[in-house]
Design a protein around this ligand. Sequence first.
Ligand code: NAP
Ligand code: 3JN
Length: 349
Amino acid sequence: MEQTGFHIAVVGATGAVGQQMLKTLAKREFPIASLKLLSSKRSAGKEITFKGRIYTVEEATPESFEGVQIALFSAGGSVSKALAPEAVKRGAICIDNTSAFRMEDGVPLVVPEVNEEDLKEHQGIIANPNCSTIQMVVALEPLRQKLGLKKVIVSTYQAVSGAGLEAVEEMETQTSDILAGKEPKANVLPVGGDKKHFQIAFNAIPQIDKFQDNGYTFEEMKMVNETKKIMHMPGLEVAATCVRLPVETGHSESVYIETEKSGASVEEIWSLLQDANGVTLQDVPSEQVYPMVTTAVGKNDVFVGRVRRDLDRANGYHFWVVSDNLLKGAAWNSVQIAESLVKLRLLSE
Ligand code: NAP
Ligand code: 3JN
């Protein structure tokens, strides 16, 4: 008997994001009629268990998408560029985790808590923003709605899993090598393909992705450009500094904003955050309650705390935002987009 639900493909199913994608689909009981697990030739033939059933991973090719309704891509930008249009040609809606199409006109860049309605304009490809952007805009949106937003300055403290499974392995090997008194080897971070590699264990690296000519890295400019697109605020002033830390999973961010309206109290900001979808407020300084990676990982929400008024500006506020970069930053946001497509009747069963 044919199962009810959707015909799904997960491209990059063996990767750090792909694995979380499968866990999230299972946890959310997303209605699945059939599931294809796709990767490169390297992992083809590997077996993965999903909801008690064993699936064999296949090499992703244009023909893989015949009969697929939703394709979740997280296999890198070049794979998305080559295969997402092939999937669309065959009738699939692609939810793409890479930067390949994020800034293209006609491609909605969606964080459901902020701009779910943009999904209605899709032409086959929907982009999932960068993880650091996602967790920040979820916290910014309720403040923008009530107070208006003029300026955002963010510094990130990003986990190694954002750079993939190889980077996590590198950090673990370096850590045990250093603790054993051996010289650590660095081949992956800060970014594959750049001139130099640095140790991440016991370090903080102020480079995520390559540098652009303006002195900012691609990761920093993704935060700038994607925030403006998602929030429909081309004039918003945004600047970012992105730093990699030896944390396995969970990105943290120190955010400074200037609002249109002046003088809101910390209690008013708390109340806006408390009522916001997808936000958990953790802010009791006297009890040392604030968001941390150790308590945020494994959860779908964005955790916000350390809310303070700026000492000099009546419209300036500081806060701290933590989220699981592989969940809200990638897999959960993608599955949430798929759920929104179903809710908005933009997919037919
Ligand atoms: P990863 O752990 O290195 O996994 C990469 C995945 O892509 C593996 O499943 C790999 O399959 C597959 N792959 C590689 N080359 C392929 C090819 N030619 N054809 C088909 N599949 C191929 O990386 P990750 O951390 O999961 O990230 C994957 C991508 O997701 C990143 O490159 C990035 O674009 C995106 N991402 C987005 C965010 C975000 O902020 N939203 C965060 C992290 C990552 P094999 O097992 O066969 O190698
Ligand atoms: O480093 C992180 O914490 C997030 C990394 C995201 C990433 C890594 C490799 C390629 C991306 C992304 O999603 O922006 C990409 C990319 O698709 O450009």
